[in-house]
Design a protein around this ligand. Structure first.
Ligand code: AMP
Length: 290
């Protein structure tokens, strides 16, 4: 695996790959890799002849009071993990490579970026879409892999790809969870022992809503109430939002008549965690995917 730090060199490698007719897959990450990230790499490895992973802790997607400085960084370990999965190129630019002096362009997907996470983290998705567009331009992949863990992000990146006629197909992969249900996240490293136990309340509350749906509930108000009451029962949890929204528009819905997402953002102590469940009406009933 080749480690690449500069945009120029990454672009040269990407041009060469295209000239050779390679099918390039890109897996963008912020590093501190875990099985969630690795599942994306495996999906890319399965379909693509060349896999590029990127590690870039993107300053533009962190608010001024957020955890940019303390975000976990583990390049050596990440590199070994990616190497073991036969990744071809690791693009790990320093911030000044991506945002040189005078950098002044940003990309915003309007509407979708203002809801849910966007309401709590103003400017976050502009940071995300700006960096993702840059990465897609630099690496020129045929496929780019994202996790449903960040469902709103995946939805927004898809919209950007559609609106800007990008060549890359955006592939969204399932959420990888710990055996007790907690969705893997680099931020789980911030949790103390009792917080780690408390953090299972996110997936437990979603699973509880799933049981109601399996018993025939189709109205969202009682489902959201159930989620909220489960979360409220956990003393270490403070809810930022808990909603059931249309999977396309991310607007709240009243009934489960089309694909939806139950989405949560919850502080466990000072750590902000997100989780979601996809809810999909099918011919034989409603299928929930945690
Ligand atoms: P991050 O490093 O947090 O920016 O995440 C990089 C990519 O990995 C994003 O597309 C995330 O949605 C995805 N990802 C993070 N955690 C998980 C998980 N538990 N399961 C699946 N994908 C994940």
């Amino acid at each position: 695996m080749e480690l690449i730090h500069t945009v120029d060199w990454m672009k040269q490698v990407a041009r060469q790959a295209r000239a050779e007719g390679a099918i390039v897959g890109l897996v963008p990450t912020m590093g501190a890799l875990h099985e969630g990230h690795l599942s994306l790499v495996r999906a890319a490895r399965e379909r693509c002849s060349r896999v590029t992973a990127s590690i870039f802790v993107n300053p533009k997607q962190f608010g001024p009071k957020e955890d940019f400085q303390r975000y976990p960084r583990a390049l050596e370990r990440d590199r070994d993990l990616l190497e073991s999965l036969r990744v071809d190129h690791l693009f790990a630019p320093p911030p000044e490579e991506m945002y040189p002096r005078g950098f002044s362009t940003s990309v915003t997907v309007e509407g979708l970026s203002e809801r849910l996470e966007g309401r709590s983290r103003p400017g976050h998705f502009t940071g995300v879409t700006t960096v993702v567009l840059k990465l897609l331009e630099i690496v020129q992949p045929s496929f780019a892999y994202f996790g449903r863990k960040d469902a709103q992000q995946a939805r927004i990146v898809r919209q950007m790809a559609r609106d800007l006629n990008l060549d890359a197909e955006i592939v969204v992969c399932p959420i990888v969870r710990e055996s007790d249900g907690l969705a893997l996240s680099s931020r789980n490293a911030y949790l103390g022992e009792s917080e780690r136990r408390a953090a299972t309340v996110l997936s437990r509350s979603l699973a509880s809503a799933r049981r109601m749906i399996e018993h025939g509930e189709r109205k969202t108000v009682p489902l959201v109430e159930r989620i909220a009451s489960e979360l409220a029962a956990e003393p270490l949890a403070a809810v930022d939002y808990a909603e059931i929204v249309d999977a396309e528009t991310l607007e709240p819905i009243e009934r489960l008549d089309w694909p939806a997402l139950a989405v949560l953002a919850v502080f466990i102590g000072s750590t902000r965690l997100i989780d979601n469940m996809r809810i999909e009406p099918r011919a034989g009933g409603v299928v929930c995917e945690l």
